[in-house]
Design a protein around this ligand. Structure first.
Ligand SMILES: [Mn+2]
Length: 419
């Protein structure tokens, strides 16, 4: 007997047509592969969709593909992730469940003693028992797990699978994921397989009491750094598990998504013009046809603003040469001339004062009232004004113009000149 485990597909994440096509193709290829491998069932522990209700285009191809899997007689078991989660079952996942193409696993009951108990669902063909807990909006998960009645889950006999969506602090994992990690000890012990979602890289580890903790990772990309990882050769695909009364093998099935080219420019101790020039030369030096191009610009420039590093010419050149997408990462690019400084302080007021003092100190302006202590006070008053909320009886337009007028007044500007 065998099952497939895939997760974090993030359907609906991509913005450009070319990447949307890849997102769709990889998803369809994965499920086609599951059908031709004749798996007994499929597990998707969260973030099937990037948001709870993705656009119609995404819903259409998803329904059509799950229909085929359904017709092939393969059950699909799903829990919500942190992205497609809805507290009131207001997610396309619930539509798919309603028509019977997929089955939502989470069956949690809040009890009088404050604990949460979970019911098992039995896969009729294999007899595998499946329990799981959905991901929630970032940070709330832990409270749920702390209330989980683990002992009744641990007492159940047979081949058991636990589906979950969240990071485990005991595991070596990819950095930069959202939300806190939780200790492994919050998961019930003794399951045959733990199907994880949320971490975007394939990861398979064993711990005492926890036979196989497995993340399949994303199929393609669900966060912008995923594409950079792909360009570096990160494996993408799904997990195929052979089992009888226990897990026999855990195998990773690689799926190709697209080809990548990377351009890196180190801007350290340089000016924007020279960075731009190197960028253009490098863009002309690769063959980007049918590839996703990742442009990484990093380092601290000697002068100029980081916005003066202009990727538009290089981008145009790459598209002309047949690139399907150009993704730019400039978040490690800084400039000596002006850099946002982090400031510390005891409370919010003090932190605000320090941030403004540090950063205004690096500015020059002929408007002396914007500099020094005066500038700091002005910035603080502006910040206070701009963070005011809309009044309950106020229309959006009224709110916008009230805030604008107040802000202009603080700056000592005449509102009639700034319509
Ligand atoms: Mn995810």
């Amino acid at each position: 007997m065998r099952f497939a485990h895939l997760s974090d597909i993030h359907l609906g994440f991509q913005k450009s047509k070319a990447l949307q096509d890849i997102e769709r193709q990889v998803f369809e290829k994965a499920l086609d592969e599951c059908v031709s491998l004749k798996v007994d069932f499929i597990l998707i522990p969260g973030d099937l969709f990037h948001i709870n209700i993705p656009e119609m285009r995404v819903q259409k191809f998803t329904f059509s593909k799950f229909r085929q899997v359904y017709d092939a007689g393969i059950p699909v078991y799903v829990v919500y992730g942190s992205h497609d989660f809805s507290p009131v079952a207001n997610s396309v996942i619930d539509l798919l469940a309603e028509v019977g193409y997929i089955t939502k696993v989470t069956k949690s009951n809040s009890r009088e003693d404050g604990k949460i108990s979970l019911d098992f669902l039995t896969d009729s063909k294999t007899g595998a028992k499946i329990a799981g807990l959905s991901g929630l909006k970032v940070g709330k998960d832990r409270q749920w797990y702390e209330k989980l009645d683990r002992s009744s889950l641990e007492a159940e006999s047979g081949f058991k699978i636990f589906m979950f969506h969240g990071g485990i602090s005991d595991m070596k994992t990819d950095s930069g994921i959202e939300g806190e990690l939780m200790p492994l000890s919050l998961l019930p012990k003794g399951f045959s397989y733990y199907a994880g979602g949320h971490m975007h890289k394939f990861n398979h580890q064993k711990f005492p009491g926890y036979a196989h903790i497995v993340y399949s990772g994303t199929l393609f990309a669900g966060r912008s750094p995923d594409l950079e990882e792909n360009a570096k050769g990160q494996r993408r695909g799904f997990v195929l598990v052979e089992f009888e009364d226990e897990v026999k093998t855990v195998e990773f099935v690689d799926l190709k998504n697209t080809s990548y080219e990377t351009i890196e420019v180190n801007a350290k101790n340089r000016k924007a013009e020279s960075v731009n020039q190197e960028l253009q030369e490098k863009a002309g030096g690769i063959d980007p046809k049918d590839s996703v191009v990742i442009i990484k610009i990093y380092g601290e420039m000697t002068s100029g603003k980081t916005v003066d590093v202009d990727v538009s010419a290089a981008r145009e050149k790459l598209f002309e040469a047949g690139a399907i997408s150009v993704n730019i990462s400039k978040n490690k690019l800084t400039s000596k001339e002006y850099s946002i400084t982090e400031a510390k302080g005891e409370d919010r007021e003090e932190i605000e004062t320090n941030v403004f003092t540090e950063n205004i100190g690096q500015c020059t302006s002929e408007h002396k009232e914007l500099l020094g202590e005066k500038g700091v006070q002005l910035a603080k008053r502006l910040l206070y004004e701009l963070s005011k909320d809309q009044l309950s009886n106020e229309k959006k337009g009224e709110y916008a113009s009230r805030i604008r007028d107040e802000a202009l007044a603080i700056l000592g500007l005449d509102k009639d000149d700034h319509k």
